[in-house]
Unconditional design. Structure first.
Length: 143
């Protein structure tokens, strides 16, 4: 497996990564994804792709480092998804390990993510990867 950090403007962002990301974020269109990339880059948003030995993108992670008063500096994972056909093959583990390396290199005190309450399979994976539930996440939809 090959893990690649994709830079802004890299055609693999839409060609390879977006189809995998759509399994987690089906509301995205290519135009909306590009708009999020343009705005999010200034906020530290990055994307990493996992490729199998045949060169197919099988995993995607969106992430950023964030400074806050709680953890001082953390690596926050916005998106983490393995293509459905490649689940339980080590893709998620490899992506998390890669992101943890980024976090350590940036002197982060933690790697964090939010996961929807309905994603019980993902929760089992996170527990196996030694992530802990440390808080509730609350949101109020604004129209």
């Amino acid at each position: 497996m090959k893990i690649v950090d994709l830079e802004p403007g890299d055609p693999r962002l839409t060609r390879d990564l977006l189809p995998v990301l759509l399994e987690l974020r089906p509301h995205l269109t290519e135009d909306l994804f590009l708009a999020v990339l343009a705005e999010g880059r200034g906020q530290g948003l990055r994307f990493t792709a996992a490729y199998d030995e045949d060169g197919a993108c099988v995993g995607a992670a969106g992430w950023r480092t964030v400074a806050n008063t709680h953890l001082i500096r953390k690596l926050y994972v916005d998106d983490l998804v393995t293509a459905s056909a490649a689940r339980s093959t080590g893709v998620g583990h490899a992506l998390l390990a890669h992101l943890e390396e980024h976090a350590r290199a940036a002197s982060c005190t933690a790697l964090t993510l939010d996961s929807g309450t309905q994603r019980t399979d993902a929760h089992r994976f996170y527990f196996r990867e030694r992530l802990a539930v440390t808080a509730f996440s609350f949101e109020k939809t604004l129209r």
